[in-house]
Design a protein around this ligand. Structure first.
Ligand SMILES: Nc1ncnc2c1ncn2[C@@H]1O[C@H](COP(=O)(O)OP(=O)(O)O)[C@@H](O)[C@H]1O
Ligand SMILES: [Mg+2]
Length: 236
């Protein structure tokens, strides 16, 4: 069986020439199905660039990327957009919900892109919202919900189409500590139920909850270790 994510010798160079920035400077990385991974590093270390690559939101300057066994390194924008719909559920720091749609309609969006019929869409979206504890808030619009609730809607949207990968960039960056706990609890629950969860964060407390931690600095992986819940941190 091939890995879910396999990145080999990846480079992303912004502004080639005089002011060039190696946002990714030779990254190789394998993530298996079912892992819960935190990617950590200071601001400017290349976390979002790596997330954009893993999420097929951007293409590398050099290197290869196999997602779910398929080489996506050289695909066109349209092809990447199809891959994103099929393979990835995104969660962003700013929730990125559509303001004039209620929770249910927001969660239905990725299902529409997948061509799922109206009835099934409703059912699946409602189930996803129940799963994140928002069964009573389905008809609320984003502005009628707290930040934590909005992020839970975004999680429901990310998981609704059951994509193989859930990718979150600073998902708790705009949340208070209570909502942060809630979102973390949901991500851990998703992992326990077999989903692959990748969280990009600069928060070491969040990283401590993940199963595996990858540290990135100046576009390079400097640490890659497993957290062990009972015995503290075990380096490998
Ligand atoms: N579109 C861009 N153009 C030029 N430089 C960029 C661009 N995006 C990011 N960078 C630079 O690449 C480096 C990594 O950025 P980023 O991946 O956003 O880091 P992080 O998410 O860890 O804060 C930084 O030096 C940043 O300034
Ligand atoms: Mg970032």
């Amino acid at each position: 069986m091939s890995a879910l994510i396999e990145i080999r010798d990846m480079y992303k160079i912004y502004n080639p020439g005089e002011n060039e920035v190696y946002a990714l400077d030779g990254v190789s990385l394998t993530i298996e199905e079912g892992e819960f991974v935190a990617v950590i590093g200071h601001s400017g270390s290349g976390k979002s660039t790596l997330m954009n690559m893993m999420g097929c939101l951007d293409t590398p300057t050099e290197g290869t990327y196999l997602l779910n066994g398929r080489d996506v390194s050289g695909l066109t924008d349209n092809e990447l957009s199809d891959i994103r719909n099929e393979e990835i559920g995104f969660i962003f720091q700013g929730f990125n919900l559509i303001a004039n749609l209620d929770a249910l309609a927001n969660v239905e969006l990725p299902l529409i892109y997948r061509g799922i019929d109206r009835h099934t869409r409703r059912e699946v979206a409602a189930e996803s919202l129940e799963l994140v504890g928002l069964g009573e808030r389905m008809r609320h619009k984003p502005a009628q919900m707290s930040g934590g609730q909005q992020q839970r809607v975004a999680v429901a949207r990310a998981i609704a189409a059951r994509p193989p990968v859930i990718l979150a960039d600073e998902p708790t960056g705009n949340l208070d500590s209570r909502s942060t706990e809630e979102i973390l609890g949901i991500l851990k629950e998703l992992h326990r139920s077999g989903r692959t969860v990748i969280v990009i964060t600069h928060d070491s407390e969040i990283a401590a909850q993940a199963e595996r931690v990858i540290r990135i600095k100046d576009g390079r992986i400097t640490e890659d270790y497993k957290n062990s819940v009972q015995e503290g941190t075990e380096r490998c």
